[in-house]
Design a protein. Sequence first.
Length: 262
Amino acid sequence: MQLEGKYVLITGGTRGIGKCMIQELVKGGVSKIAVIARDKQNLKQLAQEFEGVKFIKIAGDVANIEVLRDAVALIEDKWGHLDILINNAGIVSAGPLEDIQDEDLYDQVAINLTAVLLLTKYCIPLLKASKEAAILNISSGLGLIGKPFYAVYGSTKAGIRQFSDSMRRELAPFNISVTCAFPTATDTDMMQKFKGREMDSPEFVAERSIAGLLNKESQVIFGGEERLNENAMNFNAPDELDKIIAESYEERKTASIDHKAV
Ligand SMILES: NC(=O)c1ccc[n+]([C@@H]2O[C@H](COP(=O)([O-])OP(=O)(O)OC[C@H]3O[C@@H](n4cnc5c(N)ncnc54)[C@H](OP(=O)(O)O)[C@@H]3O)[C@@H](O)[C@H]2O)c1
């Protein structure tokens, strides 16, 4: 797949990995981009930063079903079709499950999972109207392995993994590819309150994720060999991984407390 001349819808393109993905798209020759995000000022800023791009700016919350319906209706009206859908917007609220506020639990499911299912559903007719379409869903390493103190976030991201597998198989006859990216810790606003380890840059994650979309890779897994080995252990010998994780229990708990970006 080539990017030149493609029509793209991205959620959460105003900051972090999403904004870097817009940079990649523009580098590849995309000039029609619809963006959904809540902060109007940041949406405005995009048009100033990427002068050659004709943006459709949709200021709204992806957890609001009307925002999603109106966004897709607007795209249908203006473009008549869609080539690439990128489900990127996401939030996190970590810590021991009993300490997570009920609203934060609901919001993570609504924004990270339900919105992705609904927006994809609404976009399918527009993607079918494209000659060659692609969907990129941004999951997380925590969607591959259930880690303590990220039970809610990890559940939403595991949902994205399963949804991506289902949709890839469901949409294959329509020449619509589905790629799921699994970033590990990435240096964005989302991680400002995370007291953890080294991180990938959002530029690197964006570049590799868009390359995965263009190559029609089913999965783009970050974190190198170490992460691949951990994934294999989680599948083949989960009890072994339990023991390893138990060794850093307190460290993990401390790092997760106050890790909230909503
Ligand atoms: N950073 C990491 O370490 C990491 C690791 C693995 C996976 N990921 C995933 O990668 C994706 C991007 O994360 P990031 O680190 O780039 O996050 P970020 O820097 O916090 O940016 C989040 C983007 O999503 C938008 N957004 C958040 N909630 C929204 C809502 N309710 N409705 C509409 N837009 C919303 C934000 O804009 P507004 O606030 O203006 O709405 C912003 O543009 C997320 O799905 C995240 O779960 C991140």
